[in-house]
Design a protein around this ligand. Structure first.
Ligand SMILES: NC(=O)CC(=O)C(=O)O
Length: 310
């Protein structure tokens, strides 16, 4: 596979995406993988409206429980380097193998949520999103850049950096219908990452995610609508379903927001597949009507997307 970096973005075309708000993510990785695979097959075979699904999205941490003690235990070696040929048939990673096979079987693009990834050279563990083409090729990955380290007294304390290392690259990939930028959950709180994706021509930003019952009600929708409006792009976060028996209580509410900031689809808290048709006319309508993309003042403030590491 040749590198997509510095290529012109493809034109945005109409396409259908499916978000899988996956439920029953428990301690048994093989059960989690089987369930995720079954749901990808279901998402591909049962769209609620007419056309075929083009892109399927899984949530953050779909093969393991979410928590810093779990990441090293569930971590797998992937070894993919952005833009380089990757031998998916001989991968060590059972999750990558499953995701590649099911993308090929369904003939859809697949954003494989996130899995804990171990780098064999350093032993570092990352929270990593991998992306597959309809032929099953692993074409892109993103390591969570901003680790979720928060402490809201009496509410929630979480420290990914206890066991995870932060990624240090910005990532996007091209399909035949759109350029798609990647981020993971807490990355949404740092507008520069989304802004960089938009400046590099992305039409849709996809962040597998898992907010919680403290931050979710206040910030989940607001942040997605903000990033969508800031950048006049489609924005989506795909979460696991809520499980009050788990150590981490996810907010759920997997959502898609259009470039005008309108929520066009949303799950509640239970397991669900959400189908959405992406309409290029809304993208153009936002950018033509409110032409901020042509009115920036880089003589007054810098363009943060310049010189970004990919
Ligand atoms: N889980 C996260 O990475 C982020 C989150 O829950 C929040 O920002 O809130």
């Amino acid at each position: 596979m040749s590198s997509i970096l510095n290529k012109a973005a493809p034109a945005l075309r109409p396409f259908k995406l499916a978000l899988i708000q996956l439920g029953n993510v428990g301690a048994d990785k093989s059960v989690n993988l089987k369930h995720a695979r079954d749901m990808v097959l279901k998402a591909a075979s049962a769209p609620t409206t007419g056309s075929k699904v083009d892109l399927i999205i899984l949530p953050e941490c779909f093969n393991s429980p979410y928590g810093h003690t779990h990441f090293p235990v569930y971590a797998e070696e992937i070894g993919y380097k952005h833009g380089e040929e990757y031998d998916v048939e001989n991968t060590q990673s059972e999750s990558v193998k499953m995701l590649s096979e099911v993308a090929k079987q369904t003939g859809t693009w697949l954003i494989g949520g996130t899995i804990p990834e171990r780098c064999p050279a350093t032993n570092n563990v990352y929270n990593t999103c991998t992306v597959y083409s309809p032929t099953g090729a692993l074409v892109a990955s993103h390591r969570k850049v901003h680790l979720f380290d928060i402490d809201i007294p009496g509410k929630i304390k979480f420290k990914e950096s206890e066991t995870l290392t932060a990624g240090n690259t910005h990532n996007y990939f091209d399909t035949e219908f759109a350029r798609i930028g990647l981020g993971i959950c807490y990355d949404i709180r740092f507008p520069e990452l989304a802004m960089t994706s938009a400046r590099k021509g992305c039409h849709l930003l996809v962040y597998p995610a898992a907010f919680n019952l403290t931050t979710g009600p206040l910030h989940w929708e607001l942040l997605q609508r903000a990033r969508a409006i800031d950048n006049q792009v489609y924005f989506t976060m795909c979460s696991v379903a809520r499980d009050l028996t788990a150590g981490y209580h996810a907010w759920g509410h997997s959502m898609v927001v259009d470039p005008m900031g309108k929520v066009i689809a949303q799950a509640e808290e239970d397991e669900k597949i959400v189908y959405v048709d992406i309409d290029p006319e809304v993208f153009d309508y936002a950018r033509d009507g409110i032409p901020v993309t042509k009115q920036r003042r880089f003589d007054v403030y810098p363009d943060v997307s310049q010189g970004v590491q990919q």
